[in-house]
Write a protein that binds this ligand. Structure first.
Ligand SMILES: Nc1ncnc2c1ncn2[C@@H]1O[C@H](COP(=O)(O)OP(=O)(O)OP(=O)(O)O)[C@@H](O)[C@H]1O
Ligand SMILES: [Mg+2]
Length: 488
């Protein structure tokens, strides 16, 4: 194959990008390629990779940490590395870990940067979903694991591991510990760890280790390979924000001045599932999103929390995300049943009785009875959040595992900033369990569960009618407002 003189000094460019910018050299180089060489080049990652995406040279490392912004090109070099090692080493056992089965399948295996896409035609990857593995023609095999179940890593042994989006795992310490124990084949087992960073202690420890090589970069370094709509959306969401320094520029953030929570404190109070005592009450709190457009709308916060026998609060789940009302209603009702929760609570003043109505419809569709409570956001967010943060400061609130997005909101939100939905939902749940405000809350019974007196029913019906009239009026005045089941 012809040789390219790597005469460029900018260490950020790939050979492909350099050639693209030098038409004369490009014509000469491409003209000198045979058909076989052209095919080989198409699948030669060394040609396409930016230097920060190339596997570190030499033997002096055990972990290659690819730390980059969203879409900066972390998964692709990891998958390319795994495939090239599989090709070189017949029969190798490789461990691939992602946040959950959906991610290992959709991203690490079948994704645009996954193992199948990175395997060349002469070395195709055979994905065997029922066995959760990928097998190559020379017998090399990647076994797929979900970070939700670190115990599954007990037993198997590997030559190489790839752990994608490590900082998003619910139990990163357990995953890392198990992984280290399982890397015991061959003469030099290694790990490639690809992630947008978060300031969690285990990641800081791995990055500080003298046997770790860190490469990577910002989202914008990979702009040429990203859809303009993705760039636009992520810019709109993060540019100019503190979190953007993490999500776009892969900076490990220190504490935000003025934030009510700190990661250190969350970390100190964090527990594992085994440490959760018997729970006396469980609630699911919903902070509805004002829009159903996933590109522009904020998320709908949905958080489950329990009150332990010890009087402490435990954050159990964070299902927040971009949903339509029908979707979040169904999700909340399903989880209510699954968790045997005592109550769903929803913020009232955002859309009048919108949450109550949505939950009622969802409960009816699923054929379940749900106890629902409206909470009234009459007090400012700061005032509501403060007592909950104070409980956390006293060590009385515990995250059960890691909740990356919720924790980011807790540790970067400062009063006066745009409303963070997950944090709001968590504050509602803990307020309900631990800081009740008499007179602020109102209970509605949805479905045909808890009995109500006739007077209560009548009063509630009247309140509902008055509220509905008010909501309709508001909705008509507000362009683009929605109502469960259809736009108004
Ligand atoms: N050097 C490169 N040359 C060409 N395409 C690249 C390069 N690096 C990454 N890409 C492409 O850019 C896109 C994003 O890359 P990748 O999936 O690796 O990003 P990521 O950082 O893992 O993204 P996310 O944050 O969403 O997980 C993919 O289509 C990938 O194939
Ligand atoms: Mg990725």
């Amino acid at each position: 194959m012809p040789q390219i003189q790597r005469s460029y000094d900018g260490a950020r460019q790939s050979l492909a990008a350099w050639l693209a910018a030098h038409p004369e050299e490009r014509a000469e180089f491409l003209g000198g390629l045979s058909a076989e060489e052209a095919l080989a080049l198409k699948h030669d990652w060394r040609f396409w990779a930016r230097p920060s995406q190339m596997v570190p040279v030499g033997d002096g490392w055990d972990t290659w940490a690819l730390i980059g912004g969203r879409g900066s090109g972390k998964t692709r070099p990891s998958a390319e590395y795994v495939v090239s090692e599989a090709e070189k080493h017949p029969g190798w056992r490789i461990c691939v870990i992602a946040q959950n089965p959906k991610e290992y399948r959709g991203v690490c295996v079948e994704g645009e940067s996954g193992l199948i896409a990175c395997s060349p035609p002469w070395f195709p990857a055979d994905y065997q979903p029922s066995k959760a593995r990928v097998v190559w023609p020379n017998g090399a095999m990647a076994e797929l694991f979900s970070a939700e179940t670190p115990d599954a890593l007990r037993g198997p042994q590997f030559h190489l591991a790839w752990t994608d989006e490590f900082a998003k795992y619910r139990h990163p310490n357990a995953v890392w510990d198990m992984l280290m124990l399982s890397l015991r084949l061959g003469t030099h087992p290694r790990v490639v760890l690809s992630t947008t960073p978060r300031p969690i202690p285990i990641l800081r420890r791995i990055l500080a280790d003298s046997r770790t090589v860190v490469t990577g970069g910002s989202t914008f370094e990979n702009a040429a390979n990203l859809a303009p709509t993705f760039l636009q959306q992520i810019r709109r969401q993060y540019e100019g924000t503190r979190l953007g320094r993490q999500e776009l520029f892969a900076e490990i953030l220190e504490d935000t001045p003025g934030a009510l929570w700190t990661l250190d404190r969350l970390e100190r109070n964090r527990v594992t599932l085994e440490q959760v005592p018997e729970l006396t009450r469980i609630v699911i709190a919903i902070d509805p999103s004002g829009s159903v457009n996933p590109e522009t709308g904020s998320e709908c916060g949905i958080v489950a929390a329990g009150l332990g026998k010890d009087g402490h609060g435990y954050i159990l789940h964070d299902w927040s995300g971009h949903y339509t009302p029908g979707e979040w209603g169904a999700l909340a009702c399903r989880q209510y049943v699954g968790l045997k929760a005592d109550r769903i609570i929803g913020e009232r003043n955002y859309g009048g009785q919108m949450v109550a109505h949505t939950i009622k419809m969802a409960a009816k569709d699923l054929g379940v009875t749900v106890a629902y409570k409206d909470v009234n956001a009459s007090r400012g967010k700061q005032l509501r959040a403060e007592p909950v943060a104070a409980l956390d400061e006293q060590g009385r609130v515990h995250l059960v595992g890691v909740f990356p997005d919720l924790e980011d909101q807790c540790c970067t939100w400062v009063a006066g900033m745009k409303s963070p939905d997950r944090l709001d939902a968590m504050v509602w749940a803990l307020t309900e369990l631990m800081v009740k405000q008499p007179g602020e809350l109102r209970v509605l019974n949805l479905g045909d569960g808890e009995p109500q007196s006739e007077d209560e029913q009548r009063a509630e019906e009247q309140a509902r009618i008055a509220e509905a009239a008010r909501v309709v009026e508001e909705a008509i005045l507000r362009d683009g407002w929605y109502w469960p089941g259809g736009r108004m």
